[in-house]
Write a protein that binds this ligand. Structure first.
Ligand SMILES: Cc1ncc(COP(=O)(O)O)c(C=O)c1O
Length: 364
């Protein structure tokens, strides 16, 4: 069993995808046309914000959002270190300096206390990542604190399309939010894609310039730090096919996660903190002190399990000794213990049962 089965997903939408792609081909308008405009409007409405600017991928979305929030070379920016290095990569592109935050052991997410530590250290911006599809439990308090201090908050929602807190979708709490539409995401294209959403008009306008060479008018470059980063018309048309089903595919993911949480009963396997609407089950991540042995056991049972993520950002080889004094206790512990089980909407009930049985049968 795979960790994800994109061909099952694509097959389920075969006709609708072909119709959407055919429409784009016949129109002859391939970049920044009506499909992009329509998707941006629908996605902004879905999240509950005024603006959506689609981009080539989620890493660009983080980088361009930070640039639009006036983060510059040398500025300190807060981020967690257990989210696969994407935010840190975006910061490195700007020349910003990561200020690493520890996470809560049970939610795997950033805490208000850690954000307070970052603000005391003088960060220019805070990135809050809704990891594994779980909304940061304290996101409302974090947004309020950042607003009070005048420090911009960027929500990274690449793993949490559709999660909500008290009736508000993630992506609507901060000054801006980044999304990825990488194919395996809860809302994924058939290639790369991303977006920034924001309620702030000036931020939206700046991102729109940054995604297209820094143009304020055709061939007139006024903004530095720009590039070419555009979602193309075909991907936008395909995303418009998937978006209306996002809530129902999220429900299916949640149901699988709930079944895992009810039926996995192994003493050496810790199950994740569950949410209701706060959790869209992008990844179902368990913990075990004998994680590698559990993974090997599952592989023997022909079940793929992955590690998200094995190396804290500050330990990445690219940094050499730069962050050798940084050691975040919970982040370190999780990097040794986390294991992701298959959890995607097209899984059959039989496959879900197979994963549960395989974990419960494990003899550490
Ligand atoms: C939390 C998080 N942020 C950012 C990204 C970057 O998105 P992309 O791969 O589209 O650049 C990803 C995913 O890949 C992600 O999981």
């Amino acid at each position: 069993m795979l960790i994800n089965d994109l061909s099952a997903h694509i097959n389920a939408y075969d006709e609708a995808i072909k119709t959407a792609v055919g429409r784009v081909i016949n129109s002859g308008w391939l970049v920044l046309g009506p499909e992009v405009k329509q998707f941006e409007q629908s996605f902004a409405d879905y999240i509950g914000v005024a603006h959506c600017i689609s981009l080539a991928n989620g890493t660009d979305a983080i980088e361009l959002a930070l640039r639009a929030l006036d983060v510059e070379k040398g500025d300190k920016v807060a981020t967690i270190a257990n989210a696969g290095m994407y935010t840190t990569t975006a910061m490195l592109a700007i020349g910003a300096v990561p200020f690493f935050l520890d996470v809560d052991l049970s939610s795997h997410n950033v805490t208000l206390l850690e954000v307070e530590r970052a603000l005391a250290a003088g960060v220019k911006a805070v990135v809050a990542t809704h990891l594994y599809g779980l909304a940061v439990p304290e996101i409302e308090a974090i947004a309020e604190l950042c607003a009070r201090r005048g420090v911009p908050l960027l929500e990274d929602c690449a793993q949490a399309h559709g999660a909500s807190v008290n009736g508000r979708r993630v992506g609507s709490f901060g000054d801006a939010a980044s999304f990825s539409f990488y194919p395996t995401k809860n809302l994924g294209a058939l290639g790369d894609g991303g977006a920034v959403v924001t309620g702030r008009k000036a931020v939206a306008e700046k991102v729109a310039r940054l995604r297209q060479y820094g143009w304020t008018a055709k061939y007139q470059v006024e903004v530095s730090g720009a590039r070419n980063s555009r979602l193309d018309e075909m991907q936008a048309a395909i995303l418009s096919v998937f978006l209306p089903d996002l809530d129902s595919t999220n429900d299916r993911r949640r149901a699988i996660a709930a079944q895992y949480s009810a039926e996995i009963t192994h003493r050496s396997v810790q199950l994740p903190a569950q949410g209701g609407p706060e959790y869209v089950a992008h990844l179902y991540v368990v913990r075990s002190a004998r994680r590698d042995a559990l993974r090997a056991h599952l592989r023997e049972m022909d079940i793929a399990a992955e590690i998200h993520y094995p190396i804290p950002d500050y330990r990445q080889p690219v940094f050499g000794t730069r962050f050798e004094t940084v050691c975040l206790e919970n982040t370190e512990c999780l990097s040794r213990e986390v294991l992701t089980l298959p959890c995607y909407p097209e899984m059959t009930d039989a496959q879900v049962g197979q994963v549960i049985a395989a974990v419960n049968e494990w003899q550490p």
